[in-house]
Design a protein around this ligand. Structure first.
Ligand code: C2E
Ligand code: CA
Ligand code: CA
Length: 582
């Protein structure tokens, strides 16, 4: 190369030139190097690159470089870290070189260029660092995202899925399984009791154990969610009712195993309602409410059982729901009326009283007998109100009869258990029972003392009712084992021999003896005896002979609406009628 040209170029280029001899010792540097490194070019002359830049940062690239030199190969863009001799500060050089040979082919050394690439290397290092950090941050973000997602779909207490996940999973199942899957709804029996008595921490522990047991009983791909305090939903990709019921029964057995808590152990029951998807258009909401109905039924049937939803169950429950609605409206619209059945003095045949019997005059159902609505009304808690209206109406009727000249010796009213627990019943009776020429009598069902002990409020009410002159009767005597207890606790004025005993009194000797004993016992306790359900003259005669004071039944007269009963009373009076018994 032309020396002058080389010199000029070297002065303006940012690169510098170098040359080495066959031992790789520098023999030449352009001046540019001294600007970069801060020492005169001469400093380097006679020294090798390796010698100058010992303690390098990158063994591998040096090894490669040495291999190039050994083989007398050209090298390109070899980048390495060096230290400034003055202050030991690091900088980066990128260098390229090629071997020089004599005409005879002898290796003379290398020559090439060098360049300070510190800025570039540092920038790249920075970039790499940022990239690594970015990747780390991304990983963290991904983790956070999945945690958030998990939290959004998970019940934190049990680790089961939550309602939201169940909803989305349902949609996925509809896509994947079409109609072939089912929804199970379960809740724990008496879980509230555990929470109340052992505390919420124990309750939580129970829920976690139950969750694990459910997971073991319904392994994936079934999905289990907790959708309320102690309510669980299971989505299963099967619609085989028999298998589902078996699986649920097994789960009930597992869950009812003793749960050992920190300080105590508990046993808990569970019930399942099962609804299989039948078509393609049912929503989760529909299926859940079917499973719900089945669950309700399972509990009504005695808990700890699995119940399948069926159309029959649906219809029955719909009917019950309609009955409940109608009944509630019936109370609101005062649709209950009173029918009256006479009671006859067994000796004289005279009218000795009347039993008030409720009838529901429903606008849509017509006249409904108590047996068709009473248990529903009881479960709805509306019996006290109905009993109240019967008391009001029958007392008004009796007063009206008296005004017309027919004074009834006694009015007997049926009183339900709930009614007797009302705080204001005594005041109510006092306010309504004005005309004391008719004796008022309350017929009590034996559930009043069913568990053998009477509740304090009932005892209090009965005592005060007796205080204000109401007679007490034990109804349906002889049908249940609590009868005697009722007799001892209520201390009634009379007892009513149940019509099932009356029906057998003629044909069953044992029954006849029983009735005899009942009457004897009643006499000893100074309790009057009424026989109900007397259907024949023979029955009436027999019961009269055995010592019943009062008789009631179809043989004398059926229950009648108020008007008919008024006519009945009037006719008897006009004709001076007494029913012949003997
Ligand atoms: P109960 O107190 O034993 O009433 C007697 C039932 O026997 C009445 O049925 C009556 O119609 C029926 N009966 C009367 N004579 C005969 C007979 O000779 N043979 C037969 N087989 N049955 C006869 P009802 O009116 O359907 O009442 C059924 C039950 O409903 C009553 O049984 C009573 O427990 C309850 N009940 C009726 N009215 C009321 C009420 O106002 N309040 C409450 N809480 N319960 C009532
Ligand atoms: Ca009765
Ligand atoms: Ca009865």
């Amino acid at each position: 190369m032309d020396d002058r040209l080389l010199h000029d170029f070297a002065e303006i280029a940012s690169d510098w030139f170098w040359e080495t001899d066959a031992q790789h010792r520098f023999t030449f540097f352009s001046n540019r190097i001294s600007e970069v490194i801060g020492v005169p070019a001469e400093f380097f002359l006679g020294k090798s690159r390796m010698e100058l830049l010992k303690g390098s940062d990158d063994q591998n690239s040096w090894a490669e470089h040495f291999a190039d030199l050994e083989a007398r190969r050209p090298f390109r863009d070899f980048t390495y870290q060096a230290k400034r001799p003055i202050d030991n500060s690091a900088f980066w050089i990128r260098t390229s070189g090629e071997p020089v040979f004599s005409k005879a082919g002898n290796f003379l050394g290398y020559r090439g260029t060098g360049l300070d690439v510190t800025v570039e290397v540092l920038a790249r290092a920075q970039l790499e660092k940022s990239n690594i950090e970015l990747k780390k941050r991304n990983a963290e973000l991904l983790k956070a995202k999945s945690t958030i997602e998990r939290m959004a779909y998970e019940d934190p207490l049990t680790g089961l899925k939550n309602r939201r996940f169940i909803e989305e999973e349902f949609a996925r199942l509809v896509q994947r399984n079409g109609p072939s899957f089912s929804v199970l709804h379960s809740d724990l029996d008496r879980f509230k009791q555990i929470n109340d008595t052992l505390g919420h921490a124990a309750g939580d522990q129970v829920l976690r154990v139950v969750a694990n047991r459910l997971l073991a009983c319904f392994p994936p791909p079934a999905t289990i969610g907790r959708i309320g305090g102690d309510e669980f939903v299971i989505l299963i990709g099967s619609s085989d009712p028999i298998l589902l019921k078996e699986q649920a029964d097994a789960a009930i057995r597992d869950i009812s195993q003793t749960i050992v808590l920190d300080e105590t152990s508990v046993e808990i029951g569970t019930s399942f309602g099962i609804a299989c998807k039948e078509g393609t258009d049912e929503s989760l909401h529909q299926l859940l409410s079917r499973a719900d109905l089945a669950l309700y039924e399972a509990k009504a049937l005695g808990r700890n059982r699995a119940q399948l939803f069926t159309p029959e169950l649906h219809n029955r429950l719909i009917k019950e729901k309609a009955l409940a609605n109608d009944l509630q409206n019936g109370v609101k619209n005062d649709e209950f009326e009173v029918w009256y059945q006479p009671q006859i003095n067994a000796r004289s045949g005279a009218l000795s009283g009347v039993e008030a019997l409720m009838r529901w005059n429903s606008p849509s159902r017509g006249l409904v007998l108590p047996e068709h609505f009473m248990s529903k009304a009881e479960s709805l808690g509306i019996m006290p109100e109905i009993d109240g209206s019967i008391l009001r109406k029958s007392l008004a009727f009796v007063t009206q009869l008296a005004k017309g000249g027919s004074i009834l010796p006694r009015l007997s009213i049926n009183v339900s258990f709930d009614r007797l627990t009302e705080g204001h019943i005594v005041e109510e009776v006092q306010a309504l029972w004005k005309d004391r020429s008719t004796q008022l009598s309350f017929e009590l069902v034996e559930t009043v003392t069913f568990d053998g002990t009477m509740s304090a409020i009932i005892k209090h009410n009965l005592d005060r009712l007796r205080d204000i002159g109401v007679s007490l009767e034990v109804d349906d005597f002889g049908t249940g084992h609590a009868s005697i207890t009722a007799l001892l606790q209520v201390e009634p004025d009379s007892l009513k021999i149940d019509r099932s005993l009356v029906a057998s009194v003629l044909v069953d000797l044992k029954c006849r003896r029983l009735v005899t004993h009942v009457i004897a016992m009643a006499e000893a306790m100074n309790v009057r005896v009424i026989a109900e359900g007397v259907e024949t003259r023979k029955q009436a005669q027999c019961l009269a002979e055995l010592g019943c004071q009062t008789l009631q039944g179809f043989y004398f007269a059926p229950p009648m609406p108020a008007e008919d009963f008024a006519t009945y009373v009037k006719n008897r009076q006009d004709l001076g009628l007494a029913t012949t018994i003997a």
